[in-house]
Design a protein around this ligand. Structure first.
Ligand code: SF4
Length: 398
């Protein structure tokens, strides 16, 4: 079990101001999304003072039968129970490396639990403590939309020379589409390697579903120009792009984004530099290109953690990623001055749906012999998604 505990932010930490809109987010359910719509069963009250003890007892009762994964963006109250923490791909691999665990309790979002189900054995059951924990970015690329887009590329005569590259943050159906169409998956850590591989296989890339990761990697790592990139909007006929522009493009970027990282603005960078002289700005590559080019460094979730851990004591950092992680970094590295890049709250509302009551309910249910909230991927989808994932794993350094 990790040694993470319920950390208090250090004395210098200033909580961002709450935004009413963000506080509202995550309280509704969306039947059109990749995630479920409700959580069956009687949840314990959040005010129950015994929740930590109850979850601890359930975990002890399950022993080696359960393995708990905690994404870096999860709340501290949940991360405290994680056997391992990490980003989505690291967690899926950790799950695959534990064939003895009957239950994988995934404290993250729906697409991550799907990936864990794809990579783990048939005898293992992946559980998501709240079925409504989805990902707004993954929701922005529905399989019907992507298949329509591919038909557009066929009509324009470029599907044969286009390679799909799909970010981990996507549904299993989109990963399977990628596998069927000679493409690969990427993470925010290996997007450059995946894109280089794709450009050796074809003339252009269809990058799904995060336009910002695709653009930042193509322009800042591979030296393509902004003009080489076009944005395909699935809500517009032909993606809102002329056939000529599609044929000329090197990167066809799906019009999707992360609602957390997409909020950061160039003004945030200017403001924090004024507020904290000498501050180093580090942002996630899901941030907009205008923000990324103003930052001092870009890092995947794991990359940000490593950079901050290795930074000089006394150095100041403004971090553009999810707030739970930034607060945890501020607690773990009190010798560095760590701030959040924005001044308003920027939690991932769907990640935050996994809270102590849901976790306790899921663990107690398993301990009592009730399998709840299992996430499964049908065999055909899992097969083709695995093909795409295996192509990524075969890349150098993956
Ligand atoms: S932080 Fe962004 S990409 Fe990650 S789960 Fe939340 S909405 Fe999805």
């Amino acid at each position: 079990m990790t040694s993470t505990t319920h950390n208090e932010p250090p004395s210098g930490w200033v909580d961002p101001e709450p935004s009413p809109l963000l506080l509202l987010l995550g309280q509704a359910s969306d039947t059109g999304s990749e995630r479920g719509v409700d959580c069956p069963g009687a949840l314990p009250a959040p005010s129950d003072p015994d929740l930590v003890a109850r979850a601890t007892r359930a975990k002890e009762a399950l022993g080696g039968r359960v393995f708990v994964l905690g994404h870096h963006y999860q709340r501290d109250e949940v991360v405290a129970f994680a056997d391992v923490t990490g980003d989505s791909f690291k967690l899926a691999r950790e799950a695959a490396a534990r064939p003895e665990a009957e239950f994988i309790v995934f404290c993250g979002v729906h697409f991550m639990a799907e990936s864990a189900d794809i990579l783990t054995g048939d005898h293992q059951k992946v559980v998501l403590p709240d079925l409504a924990a989805g990902c707004s970015m993954a929701d922005m690329a529905g399989i019907d939309q992507v298949e329509d887009a591919w038909r557009t590329l066929e009509e324009v005569g470029i599907a044969d020379s286009t390679i799909p590259v799909t970010y981990m943050n996507s549904t299993a159906a989109i990963k399977a589409f990628t596998g069927r169409n000679r493409g690969t998956i990427c993470t925010s850590s290996n997007a450059e390697t995946s894109l280089k591989w794709a450009f050796e296989q074809g003339e252009r890339v269809l990058f799904l579903p995060d336009q910002h990761l695709g653009r930042n990697t193509a322009v800042m790592k591979l030296g393509l120009s902004l003009d080489d990139c076009v944005v395909f909007d699935p809500r517009k006929p032909g993606g809102g792009v002329t056939p000529e522009r599609l044929r000329d493009a090197r990167m066809i970027l799906w019009r999707g984004h992360c609602s957390v990282h997409g909020r950061f603005t160039p003004q945030n960078v200017d403001d924090v530099r004024e507020r904290i002289p000498g501050v180093n700005v580090i942002v996630h590559p899901e941030c907009r290109n205008e923000v990324a080019v103003k930052a001092d460094a870009i890092g995947s979730t794991e990359g940000i953690i490593k950079t901050i851990a290795a930074a000089e004591p006394g150095s100041a950092w403004a971090v553009g990623t999810e707030l739970n992680l930034v607060k945890r970094l501020a607690s773990q590295f009190p010798d560095k001055r760590i701030s959040f890049l924005d001044k308003t709250v920027c939690y991932c509302s769907t990640m935050n749906r996994i809270d102590l009551p849901h976790f306790t309910w899921a663990m107690e249910s398993l301990a009592e012999g009730r399998l709840v909230n299992q996430i499964t991927v049908d065999p055909d989808t899992a097969h083709w998604a695995r093909v795409a994932l295996d192509r990524m794993l075969a890349l150098p350094g993956a």
